[in-house]
Design a protein around this ligand. Structure first.
Ligand code: HGY
Ligand code: MN
Ligand code: MN
Length: 416
């Protein structure tokens, strides 16, 4: 029996136009986006998404972390909804598609079902999770983490940015703090479409990635303390140079990951040097180590190797080095039935596809703890992401949205 959804395809032009329209909000300086979480630009993006959802006849729910839930009714009001979505917040030098494709593809599914007057038994809810990126307010996937019970709401509200502003205060300031209890909603299933953010699908010539697992993430904040002194008059032997500590820690992180290829990645992306004056030896450096692995034991090993190596560097250079975790989640395995629904959809549509492990973290990684969850990915040009030059093709966007729609509609059960 062919699936009733067999011939459904989205309106690819409308999806692309919506992506380009959203990209106008919070423009970057090089063609991408800077629509960081709970900034005014984030508020504008939310408002545009809300207008589009209302135009599509959806009713909007908003929880205490600002996550948006746009609901399309099903024929059975008691049936748990099928959720589909991602995030609209971006990196400071982000692309136009990271997260946004998943939210707007969810909206496009609803728009297509409306066009064709297709009804489903389960309601369908399109979600925009707050602060997936975790760059302004660590950790990443903050709202989905509260939703899945990993973080306490007050703790999440108290996360501070570099200026000492609190997430909860900023969410209230931009007018997007709802009154729904976070996590009160129960899901029949959750599907997320996301760009791969790596090079594998493009290199393998595949249009679709069926995400079976997500690798784990471990963010370790490292504080290196030496002594500020004059760069000109302090004898070299007397220096406690936190900058040298940073250099050696940076190399150590790289070596730890390289020693565990291909199941380990490591880098330092965020660095603050104090006092960052040309003629003062750095007295303090605060940086974040980002370790990733699909293997939880490797993740643990990498952290232990960093702590051991940092202790040696501290002794050698006369520094103190403190390490504290600022974000973490274990590798995840997605729900077999949801993964199979995506794979069947790709087969039915005749798209080339392969199984893939997600390199990046996503809201689906947390929602997977509280509902059957799976992800589908599309390639991105040169595997580039978290870069304003991030690019995908309209064809990749359309094909991945079609796979997402077939899985969502099959799971939500077409009626009539
Ligand atoms: O860091 C990540 O993997 C995601 O982009 N928040
Ligand atoms: Mn993302
Ligand atoms: Mn991202």
């Amino acid at each position: 029996m062919t699936s009733p959804a067999a011939n459904l395809t989205i309106n690819s032009e409308r999806l692309w136009d919506s992506l380009m329209e959203m990209a106008k909000i919070g423009p970057g300086i090089a063609g991408g986006n800077n629509r960081q979480t709970v900034t005014d630009e984030d508020g504008e993006g939310r408002a545009l998404f809300q207008r589009w959802c209302e135009a599509a006849g959806l009713t909007m729910g908003l929880d205490k972390m600002g996550t948006m839930f746009a609901r399309r009714e099903g024929t059975d009001p008691d049936a748990l909804p099928v959720y589909v979505g991602s995030h609209l917040d971006t990196q400071p030098t982000g692309g136009k598609y990271d997260g946004v494709l998943g939210v707007l593809a969810g909206l496009e599914i609803v728009r297509t079902l409306n066009d064709l007057d297709v009804k489903t038994r389960h309601p369908i809810v399109v979600a925009n999770f707050s602060n997936e990126e975790g760059t302004r307010f660590a950790p990443p996937m903050l709202a989905s983490g509260v939703f899945a019970g990993l973080h306490d709401l007050e703790w999440a509200w108290d996360r501070t940015d570099a200026k000492g502003l609190k997430f909860g205060d900023e969410l209230r300031r931009i007018g997007w703090m709802g009154d729904e209890e976070v996590g009160a909603r129960k899901m029949h299933a959750f599907f997320e479409l996301h760009i791969e953010q790596g090079p594998i699908l493009e290199i393998e010539g595949k249009d679709i990635g069926i995400v079976t697992h997500g690798q784990g993430l471990n963010w370790l904040q490292v504080t290196i303390t030496g002594r500020e002194r004059h760069t000109g008059s302090t004898p070299m032997a007397m220096r406690q140079n936190a900058g040298r500590g940073l250099a050696q820690i940076t190399e150590l992180v790289h070596d730890i990951a390289m020693a565990r290829q291909p199941v380990a990645l490591g880098a330092i992306g965020q660095i603050d040097v104090y006092p960052n004056s040309r003629n003062i030896i750095p007295g303090r450096v605060v940086c974040t180590v980002d370790f990733r692995s699909p293997d939880a034991d490797i993740q643990t090993e990498m952290e232990a190797a960093l702590r051991e190596g940092a202790a040696r560097i501290a002794r050698d250079l006369g520094l103190t080095i403190e390490i504290e975790q600022s974000g973490h989640f274990d590798p995840v395995k997605f729900d077999d039935a949801c993964v199979d629904a995506l794979r069947r959809a790709a087969d039915r549509l005749g798209y080339s596809h392969m199984n893939i492990i997600s390199g990046a973290g996503h809201d689906a990684c947390w929602i997977n703890r509280v509902a059957p969850t799976a992800m589908v990915m599309c390639p991105c040009v040169d595997g580039l992401s978290h870069n304003e030059a991030e690019e995908i093709t309209p064809d990749w966007a359309a094909k991945s949205a079609n796979v997402l729609m077939h899985a969502v509609v099959e799971t939500a059960q077409i009626v009539g």
